[in-house]
Design a protein around this ligand. Structure first.
Ligand code: GUN
Length: 720
C-alpha cells in the first residue's frame, strides 16, 4: 500500500503573477464595512490582499527566511530597509546586480523603507532624497518609500510644521525619481496635531509625478506613541489623516504590528501594517497574543497556541539555546499575527469588525481608553478632521445587517446602528392618514414593551388592539437598543439582537424614552405604555384586524422607502395607494405590488428593500434629472428626502450596464452624496435616463476616486 501524502505538508507555492501594466499601483476595495475594507493592491509581484502586515526583514539577520514566509505562512509581501541595503556594499552590490527579490530569495511584493527611521534612531543619514529613491528603483523594489522627515510627538509645533512641509517639498522629485515601475509610499507626518495631519494628508495626496502620485500613504512618526502605549493619540492621528488622504490609496500604519491593535485600526480604515515585533519580541522571550504580550518567564502552559509551540512545553523552550529559542518564538509570533489578521478580515466580511474591536478593547486599559474616546467621536462628532472622519465612518457604513447583533454595553456606538438611528431621526415621519381613512393629526404614542422579536408574532395583537382603540396612534416597540416604529419590526439589527431573555422584558427608563421620542419628533404627544400580551382570542379590534394590518403594511413600505431610498413620505404614500402584498409562510411581506406591478420586496435577511425594474422606474420618475458630476463636487442635499440616490454613468459603459453588467469604478461621472453602501440606487445617463438599478458598493466619495473594482452591483439593466 502506498502512503497517502500528508495534507499538512506544504507543497511549493507558485510564484505570483504580475499585474496587468494598466493596473500597476491600483487599489480596489472588494468588501467594505464603514471605514474597514478588504482591498487588493496590484503590483508587479502579485496582489497584496489587505488588511495585511508586511513583516520586517532585516537583511543582515533573517530570523525567518523570506522564502519560508512565502511558502509556509503565505505572506504575500514584506518590508525591508533600502538604506541598510544601500549602506552595506555586501548587500548593495548583489541587490544592484540581481535585484532585491533574488537577494532576499522572495518572489512576492517587496516594500522598502528609506532610512528616515534610522535618522530618527541614530541621527542624520547620508543619503540624498533622489538617490535613495533611484536606488530602490534600480534594485527592483515594488513599493519604495521617499525620504520623509520624521516628526516626533515631543517636537514643537514649528518643528512638526517643518517636517510636514519639507516632506511635501521632497515629494515631486521623489515621484520623478521613481520612474514608471516603482510605486512609492508618501508618508503623512504631523505629530500630534490634528490639523497638521490633515494638511499633510492633503499635500501628500495631491502630489503628482510624471507617471502617478503616491500609491500608498503610511502614517509616520507614530512608533514612539506605540512604544509608550499612547493609543488614544494614535487613533486620533489615524482619524485626522484619513480625513484628507484620497480614499483610493491604502493607509499604512508605519511600525505598527502588535495584534492587539489590529481590530480597531482596521475598523478605522488601516489597510497595511508592518513590524519587526515578531522577531524583536522573540529575542526578548516574549510571546505575542491577540490580547497582549506574555513573557516566557515561568509559564507552565501556552496562553495561545500555534503550530510552532504545539510540539513543545514552555519548560522545553526555556531550556533551548538562545538562537533556537528566539527563532521558535518568532515563528509563533508570526503565526499569531497572521491568524489575528485573518480573523479581522473575516470579521470585515461578516460585518463584525466593530464587535471584534470592542472585544479586544477590554484586553488593555489603555486600549479601552482609546476605544471609548473613539466612541465619543462617533457619538458626538465635533468640527475638524477627526469629526469629519468620524461622520464619514458612520455614513459609509451599511446601516442594516443580515446576521444577528451581539448585545454589549457598547452596542449603541457601533457605526451601523448610529447610521440606522440617524436615518430614523432624519427621515422617519408620522403617518399622514390612518387605517380608518381619517387624516387628522396623531392623538397618542403607544410603546409596546415586554416582547421579543419577531414582533409580528409577539406584538401584532397588541399593536392592532391599540390602533383599534384609537386609530390615530403611533405604535412603537421597545427594544434593548431603543424605540422603533412597529412598521420597521423586521429591520435587522433591531430585530436580531442576540441578548439575554431578560433584556426584552426590560423597559427603557424615562429619560431614555424622552430622548428617543425627541429624536422621532414625537415628544408632544400623550404617551401610553402597553405590556404585550400573547395574541388573545377575540382580541380587541379583531373585526378590523385585516384593515389595520393592511394599513401597517403600507406604512412599513412608506417608512422603508423613506429611510433607505430617501423618498419623500408624501410621494411614497401616493405610490403605495392601493398596494397589495404577498406574504411568506413566516408571515412576512415578500412581493409588493403597486397597481398590477411587482415593484419591490422587503429583503428577507435584513428587512431593507429590494427593487424590481418596475419599482426602479417608478422611483426614477420621481427624480428624473441627472445628478451633478464630480467636477461640480459631491455636495450633500439640503433635503432630508432628496429621492432615490443616483449614479451618473459614462457613455462608454451604457451598453454594458444597460444589459445588466455591474458598474465598474472609473466609469462613474457623478453620484448623489446620500448614496448608502448596500442600499438601492439607480444608474442614469447624462440626460438622467435610467440605465440600470442595483445596490451601491461604494460611497459617492469613493466613486470620485477609485478606478478599479465594482461601484454598483447591478440588479437589472433597463435596456434589455
Ligand atoms: N518607520 C516607522 N516610522 C516611520 C516614519 O515616520 N517614516 C519612515 N520612512 N519610516 C518609518
Amino acid at each position: 500500500m502506498t502512503a497517502r501524502p500528508c495534507p499538512l505538508l506544504v507543497s511549493k507555492r507558485p510564484d505570483p503573477e504580475p499585474c496587468r501594466p494598466q493596473d500597476l499601483g491600483k487599489f480596489e476595495v472588494t468588501v467594505r464595512d464603514g471605514a474597514a475594507r478588504l482591498g487588493r493592491l496590484h503590483t508587479r509581484h502579485g496582489v497584496l490582499d489587505t488588511p495585511m502586515l508586511l513583516p520586517v526583514i532585516n537583511p543582515n539577520i533573517r530570523t525567518i527566511e523570506p522564502r519560508e514566509m512565502w511558502e509556509k505562512y503565505r505572506v504575500n509581501g514584506l518590508i525591508t530597509n533600502s538604506y541598510v541595503t544601500w549602506k552595506h556594499e555586501r548587500l548593495r552590490e548583489p541587490a544592484l546586480a540581481d535585484g532585491i527579490h533574488a537577494l532576499l530569495d522572495y518572489p512576492g511584493v517587496i516594500v522598502t523603507d528609506s532610512g528616515t527611521f534610522q535618522s530618527y534612531v541614530y541621527g542624520d543619514v547620508e543619503v540624498g532624497v533622489e538617490e535613495i529613491v533611484e536606488f530602490q528603483r534600480d534594485i527592483g523594489v515594488d513599493v519604495g518609500t521617499m525620504l520623509d522627515v520624521f516628526g516626533r510627538p515631543d517636537m514643537s509645533r514649528e518643528e512638526i510644521e517643518h517636517a510636514v512641509e519639507e516632506t511635501a517639498a521632497r515629494a515631486p522629485a521623489s515621484l520623478a525619481a521613481a520612474g514608471e515601475n516603482l510605486l512609492l509610499n508618501g508618508p503623512v507626518q504631523g505629530g500630534l496635531h490634528e490639523d497638521l495631519r490633515a494638511q499633510a494628508g492633503r499635500l501628500m495626496g495631491d502630489a503628482e509625478g510624471p507617471h502617478r502620485g503616491f500609491a500608498v500613504h503610511p502614517i509616520g512618526g507614530i512608533v514612539p506613541l506605540m512604544e509608550q502605549q499612547r493609543y488614544r493619540e494614535l487613533f486620533e492621528i489615524l482619524l485626522a489623516a484619513r480625513a484628507t488622504i484620497p480614499p483610493n490609496r491604502p493607509i499604512h500604519l508605519f511600525g505598527c504590528g502588535h495584534p492587539i491593535l489590529f481590530p480597531l485600526s482596521i475598523a478605522l480604515g488601516t489597510d497595511l501594517f508592518d513590524s519587526a515585533a515578531y522577531a524583536l519580541f522573540a529575542r526578548d522571550d516574549r510571546l505575542l497574543t491577540p490580547t497582549g504580550t506574555v513573557k516566557l518567564g515561568e509559564l507552565t502552559e501556552w496562553p495561545t497556541h500555534s503550530t510552532a509551540l504545539f510540539p513543545h512545553t514552555p519548560a522545553e523552550v526555556r531550556s533551548m539555546e538562545r538562537d533556537e529559542r528566539s527563532t521558535l518564538l518568532a515563528h509563533h509570533n508570526l503565526e499569531v499575527t497572521q491568524a489575528e489578521l485573518a480573523r479581522c478580515r473575516e470579521a470585515v466580511r461578516k460585518g463584525t469588525i466593530w464587535r471584534l474591536a470592542e472585544q479586544r478593547s477590554h484586553a488593555s486599559p489603555r486600549l479601552r481608553e482609546a476605544f471609548e474616546w473613539v466612541l465619543e467621536q462617533l457619538e458626538e462628532t465635533e468640527e475638524g478632521p477627526v469629526g469629519e472622519s468620524a461622520l464619514r465612518t458612520i455614513a459609509s457604513t451599511d446601516p442594516v445587517r443580515g446576521s444577528s447583533e451581539q448585545f454589549s454595553d457598547d452596542i449603541d456606538g457601533r457605526p451601523h446602528l448610529l447610521h440606522l438611528n440617524a436615518l430614523l431621526a432624519m427621515r422617519w415621519r408620522r403617518p399622514g392618514s390612518w387605517w380608518d381613512g381619517s387624516t387628522d393629526k396623531a392623538e397618542r404614542v403607544v410603546i409596546l414593551t415586554g416582547a421579543a422579536p419577531p414582533w409580528r408574532d409577539s406584538a401584532l395583537g397588541s399593536a392592532v388592539a391599540a390602533l383599534a382603540e384609537e386609530p390615530r396612534t403611533i405604535v412603537l416597540i421597545s427594544t434593548p437598543v431603543g424605540l422603533i416604529p412597529f412598521t420597521l419590526e423586521d429591520v435587522s439589527p433591531w430585530c436580531h439582537i442576540d441578548c439575554a431573555d431578560s433584556l426584552w422584558q426590560m423597559m427603557l427608563d424615562e429619560e431614555e424614552i424622552d430622548v428617543w421620542l425627541d429624536d422621532l419628533d414625537l415628544a408632544d404627544l400623550p404617551l401610553d405604555i402597553h405590556i404585550c400580551q400573547p395574541d388573545p382570542e377575540g382580541e380587541a379590534g379583531a373585526e378590523n384586524r385585516a384593515a389595520i394590518r393592511q394599513w401597517i403594511d403600507r406604512c412599513a413600505i412608506v417608512d422603508k422607502l423613506s429611510l433607505f431610498c430617501a423618498i419623500p413620505p408624501s410621494a411614497a404614500c401616493e405610490l403605495t395607494e392601493g398596494m397589495t402584498a404577498r406574504r411568506s409562510r413566516t408571515d412576512r411581506m415578500v412581493n409588493v405590488n403597486f397597481g398590477e406591478q411587482h415593484c419591490l420586496s422587503p429583503r428577507l435577511p435584513d428587512g431593507a428593500l429590494s427593487l424590481t425594474l418596475a419599482g426602479a422606474r417608478r422611483l426614477h420618475a420621481l427624480n428624473p434629472t441627472p445628478p451633478t458630476t464630480f467636477d461640480e463636487g459631491v455636495t450633500p442635499s439640503e433635503s432630508d428626502h432628496p429621492g432615490i440616490p443616483r449614479v451618473l454613468l459614462m457613455d462608454d459603459a451604457i451598453p454594458f450596464v444597460g444589459q445588466g453588467r455591474n458598474v465598474i469604478q472609473g466609469f462613474v461621472l457623478g453620484a448623489d452624496a446620500h448614496l448608502i453602501v448596500g442600499q438601492p440606487c439607480l444608474v442614469v445617463d447624462s440626460q438622467g435616463n435610467l440605465v440600470a438599478h442595483g445596490t451601491a458598493n461604494a460611497t459617492a466619495d469613493d466613486m470620485a476616486f477609485f478606478t478599479k473594482g465594482i461601484a454598483v452591483k447591478v440588479r437589472d439593466g433597463a435596456m434589455k
